[in-house]
Design a protein around this ligand. Sequence first.
Ligand code: AMP
Length: 537
Amino acid sequence: MQAAASPLLHSGFQASVQRVPEYPALSLRGQTWTYRELDGIARVWASALVKLEKRPKRVGILGHRSLVTYAGFLAALYAGATVVPLNKKYPVARNQDVLERAGIDVVLVDQGSLAQLGRLLDGLADAPSTVLPESDEAPANLPEGVRVLTRRDLEDCVPLAEPATADPEDGAYLLFTSGSTGRPKGVPISHANVTAFLAANTERYGFTAQDRFTNTFDQTFDLSIFDLFMAWGSGGCLVPMDSFDLMTPLDFVRRNDITVWFSVPSVAVLQHRRGVLEPDSLPSLRWSLFCGEALPAATAQAWQEAAPGSVLENLYGPTEATIACLVHRWDPRTSPAGAVNGVVSIGSPYPGMAAAVLDEDGRPVPDGETGELCLAGTQVFEGYLNAPEQTESAFHTTVSEDGGIRRWYRTGDLVRRTAEGAHGYVGRLDTQVKILGHRIETGEVEAHLLRQEGVAQAVVVAVPGDEEGVTVLAGILAGDDLDVYEVDDRLRETLPPYMIPLTYHLLDTFPLNVNGKVDRKVLREQVVSGDLEPVLL
Ligand code: AMP
């Protein structure tokens, strides 16, 4: 097991390289790399990164479930950099925004993402250098002056003898989450933040070198950090799933003898609704872990029956408090009673973390009453990237009787605490929604809609989709000479696919509430009831 005091995100991996060098660390589409091999690749690539930039501060990874996304992550850490995952499924404009705002020095790119690279670097004042470990040649359309190392160049690189040292307070990774003002917010997570998370899980789960882990999440979703570094810290094997596997996840578990399952609840909800979650059908699982959105009790029950040999847990946490920081262990006898509106409790805080339920002035609310869940402790980030005002409004500061000052991160989640210290999940304070686990500020989608020609007013709401248990976005628009097809096309140029409304609805004027504000509730009801018909796309 990884030592509890491991100071850096990749320390557990390095310990496993020493301890179980010939064990499989990564199994990707039938090909397997041992710990020794993966370490060797990461050292060569890290040496390439250092060759391009003596001490790269931030390394971007543009790839999708390829060797580059896994070994590249380690290589960037070995080079002493903060890792900034990009996503090839996102529009170029969005990746470009991240590239610029994060100040990425070097970007590692896999073969499958090469087509985007030229456009990504086009027009950048300070284009990063690139490493293309899977390509023999650089694309012809790269802007002039961009430094490139290809697979051939890497053959001449001497593996980095010693990974660069880093301070625990240095950034381990930097992710961008949806921002209500129209721009994603950068969330820097330090080595100290993430190693606290890993240590808590190491203690809790006691994974071993025989464990086989899924990777259902893209790297732009922080839950993927759990998969990579919990697998590697325990000497186990990471077995990533591709898009096809994600459509038939239960077969994947069976085919690959998976022992640790981790996904958003939506994956399980879909299997449950489709009737394929049969009792005793997942015998290899030891752990069934869910995080990222509300877990319906009925789904937890069905999954537990399908995998009776596993312990099922509901993890909770925002990116800002490093992956997950509250957890509830499902017990078929007691958990259903602890559910609020059919949603499984999010349990109690991890060691090293504290949870408070506060009112809007930052005062504690009594147990049993609804308030905002606020978090403090080693996993909580320092603040958003270059956004002091957003950081300021994300925290409450409390002063205890003995004068102790505590900074509480305001999650925006509404909870009710029980007398035993468990937290029932009630919903959101704001208009943030989750679509298949993806965090979306509807305000961000609205801001992008309002930029489109002809759109005078825009409201985005989350509504139940045709498939039971699935939530989708509906965009309600008003404006003269509005071409919905054009608006939808344009939106796809700037927003990731999961942020695009599934349906659009047109209105002449928006209903207002008693305060004179657009009445979102009424609009949502009109979409759900079918009174507001969708425009056919
Ligand atoms: P993200 O930063 O993308 O991880 O999203 C964090 C948000 O996801 C939280 O603030 C919650 O609204 C939601 N969330 C995460 N885990 C759970 C859970 N187990 N139950 C309910 N909501 C959750």
